[in-house]
Design a binder for this molecule. Structure first.
Ligand code: GLN
Length: 249
């Protein structure tokens, strides 16, 4: 587990390329919620060619990207960062992949005749719809996470051309209440294997779901989410309620 429980060490993967839809805002929210509680926050960027130390970070973040940007990152992610990310996940670090990120956490992403490699942290494949249609809109899912007292709602926005299919033994992050989810049919959204989490919800995930940011930061620090000092979440609760309303939940 992390060396210093009072500093959340985050590694943003390809923040220059995989950053559509408010990924910087997600980092900012984590930083502020740490700061307000007297927890340190250290952010490191790792882009193409940069080595990653699996023990130096508590949370690895892989944001959303256009197909073009994803293709640019995929080879480097596979060649340079796959082994350290597997090592980090094995010791319990949080790995969070959003949208293009979830697609690259799986086995591969098929774009017509091209196959973009993923790093196989979870068992899933993604295929671009043959007709090029996209799954777009507000979305809400119900999730159950270890250490939380019951099901919670994550609300956000999805916009993806890929259809993601989970392997038989793999579990989704949540159940779709409103929206399309992984493939528009299964009722599954995202993926979660221990602390490796993928989701299509972005725009911006954490500011709309501050409870989830707290879950992630506590899990990354190896502490019980219930032990985090509460914050004045008046604005965050309003953002969450608004995102739920937009999704119709
Ligand atoms: N390029 C991927 C797709 O369209 C992911 C898009 C995104 O990150 N918004 O399926």
């Amino acid at each position: 587990m992390p060396g210093d429980q009072r500093t959340l060490r985050v590694c943003a993967l390809y923040p220059d390329l995989m950053n559509i839809y408010a990924d910087r805002g997600n980092m900012l929210l984590l930083e502020r919620r740490c700061q307000w509680r007297g927890i340190g926050f250290a952010l490191t960027a790792a882009s193409i060619g940069d080595e990653v130390d699996p023990d130096a970070h508590d949370l690895f973040y892989l944001g959303g990207g256009q197909d073009r940007d994803q293709q640019l990152c995929a080879e480097d992610l596979y060649e340079v960062k796959r082994a350290p990310l597997h090592a980090a996940a094995a010791r319990g670090a949080v790995v969070l992949g959003i949208c293009g990120g979830i697609q690259l956490l799986g086995d591969h992403y098929e774009l017509g005749t091209e196959r973009v490699p993923g790093i196989g942290l979870v068992d899933l494949v993604t295929r671009r719809a043959i007709d090029g249609s996209r799954l777009i809109g507000n979305v809400a899912i119900e999730v159950e996470l270890p250490g939380l007292d019951g099901p919670r709602v994550l609300a956000g926005f999805e916009n993806h051309g890929g259809r993601t299919h989970l392997g038989a033994a793999e579990r989704p992050l949540g159940r779709v209440l409103k929206g399309h989810g992984n493939d528009g049919r299964s009722g599954f959204e995202g993926v979660r294997r221990d602390n490796v989490i993928g989701t299509y919800l972005h725009g911006p995930l954490l500011p709309k779901n501050a409870w989830f940011a707290d879950y992630l930061l506590a899990t990354a620090l190896g502490i019980d989410p219930a032990s985090l000092p509460p914050l004045d979440d008046t604005l965050e609760d309003a953002a969450h309620a608004s995102a739920r309303r937009a999704a119709g939940v």
